[in-house]
Design a protein around this ligand. Structure first.
Ligand code: C2O
Ligand code: CU
Ligand code: CU
Length: 476
């Protein structure tokens, strides 16, 4: 394959005909590395939702929480104890909810038997509080961070980031959600009752050993660990039983490397309303969405339109991801989804010269950014606080054929100016913190940091990050 085809993929992303080929182009680009095939959900277990974390304290403009990384066992399979990691529980984490403008305090506790960090993915937070690989907490250590929420409503997440161990710790279960609400999001007439019509959907594929353990060392793949078993919110073989109504799915791809292309088995249309950093300018109709590792997509699905008792969310190979069982009779929902945001990239920014170039290259242990591996003692770039710069990100199409790299920057929400010289599709026109590029693809993005400090940028295939596909920028 050469680079020529990839821009076509990007343009054709919303066409449901893409599903029909049954082939995922990213897997074709993986050369000798093949992805583990995913099994269909058997729909045996009702989906559960992470609990909303109770604040330690809350008043009008401040809130505080305690987050504890811990390990233990969970009953993922009936009657079997699986060793897992989690936040404030033994598997996965709770949802932390904060409002724009609030002063937030979070007490971090490492109750693991190993080093970890607490990284806030997508949050515009001072570099010192961002929980990158420099901010290690040893077993038993605690730390308190403070920040003010300055960005708009969005679905963000948190996960560990210790050098060389991120892949393993996320695989073992360390991941949680961070919701930001604001005045706009509270006003919008969209589904927003947590667990009623507004559902987190955390997608993670895992492989279990014969005795149903998560043995990361056994399944480790230097190009990204994939699994044959999909868990949603930590539930294996999930199903969702819900009223016939409009629902909002806040999808987070929390997988180590797998990208999901999702559609419904009846091929119905739905609307994407938000991406990584918040609401899109307007709801975008589509029949299929793609979520790369670390990306979020919020969609509104009108289940009142479904005839029959069941509809399923399926992937590009028509494997069942989530069967949805419908209760009750069809009622017209009065929820109207109106324009949501007003993000524009000014011509001034669009016409700015590229000031930072990022070349993503390699596979396996040979992954690099600009021909370099991560060095904790090297600052790769500097940028001024609140100044917008244009970065060019290129996935170098090298001799080996290459593979997709989801590129992520800490501490900022950026905007995509172009992909291969063309305007991005509507669902990539909102605020993003991660952009997935196919081999040969090049994107220009407008990047502004509202806070100061040192931030990581890296490939969000966690094993690539662990193998040093990461750099640092100092914002001053
Ligand atoms: Cu999701 Cu460096 O992070
Ligand atoms: Cu991040
Ligand atoms: Cu990568």
């Amino acid at each position: 394959m050469n680079g020529m085809n990839h821009s076509m993929n990007m343009d054709g992303m919303n066409q449901s005909s893409m599903n029909m080929s049954g082939m995922d182009h990213s897997s074709m680009n993986m050369g000798h590395q093949s992805m583990t095939a995913l099994k269909s959900s058997l729909g045996k277990n009702e989906l559960t939702f992470p609990h909303l974390l109770k604040p330690d304290q809350k008043n009008n403009n401040s809130i505080s929480y305690t987050i504890r990384a811990q390990q233990g066992t969970s009953e993922i399979f009936n009657g079997i104890k699986t060793k897992t990691y989690g936040y404030n529980g033994n598997f996965l984490g709770p949802v932390i909810r904060v409002e724009k403008g609030m002063n937030v305090t979070i007490h971090l506790v490492n109750d693991l038997k190993e080093d970890t960090t607490f990284h806030w993915h997508g949050l515009e937070i001072p570099g010192n509080e961002d929980g990158g690989p420099h901010k290690v907490l040893k077993p038993g250590e605690t730390e308190t961070i403070h920040f003010t929420v300055k960005q708009d409503a969005a679905t963000l997440w948190f996960h560990p980031h210790p050098m060389h161990e991120t892949g393993k710790q996320v695989f073992m279960g360390l991941a949680g959600l961070l919701y930001i609400d604001d005045k706009e999001s509270e006003k919008l007439n969209i589904p927003k009752s947590y667990g009623q019509d507004d559902f987190p959907i955390i997608l993670q594929d895992k492989t279990f050993t014969k005795d149903k353990q998560l043995d990361y060392d056994k399944v480790l793949n230097e190009d990204g660990t994939t699994g044959d078993t999909l868990l949603i919110n930590g539930v294996v073989d999930p199903k969702l039983t819900v009223e016939r109504q409009k629902v909002r799915l806040r999808i987070l791809n929390g997988s180590n490397m797998r990208t999901y292309k999702l559609h419904f088995d009846n091929d119905m249309e739905f609307q994407q309303i938000a991406s990584d950093g918040g609401f899109l300018n307007e709801p975008t109709k589509t029949k299929e969405i793609e979520v790369a590792p670390a990306e979020r997509a919020e969609v509104i699905v009108d289940l009142a339109k479904v005839t029959g008792k069941e509809v399923s969310l399926v992937n590009e190979e028509n494997k069942t991801i989530l069967p949805i069982h419908l209760k009750g009779t069809s009622e017209k929902s009065n929820k109207m989804i109106t324009p949501l945001n007003h993000l524009r990239i000014s011509d001034e920014v669009k016409n700015k010269k590229v000031t930072k170039t990022i070349k993503l290259a390699g596979m396996g242990k040979n992954v690099t950014i600009n021909n370099k591996k991560f060095d904790p003692n090297r600052i790769d770039f500097t940028q001024k606080q609140n100044e917008t710069e244009v970065w060019e990100i290129e996935n170098v199409n090298d001799a080996m054929g290459g593979m997709n790299h989801p590129f992520h920057i800490h501490g900022t929400q950026f905007q995509v100016i172009s992909i291969d010289g063309k305007e991005p599709p509507a669902n990539l026109s909102g605020l993003k913190d991660t952009i997935s590029l196919k081999p040969g693809q090049k994107a220009k993005i407008a990047v502004k940091f509202t806070q100061k400090g040192i931030y990581m940028f890296h490939c969000h295939i966690l094993e690539h990050e662990d193998n040093g596909m990461m750099g640092q920028i100092k914002v001053e």
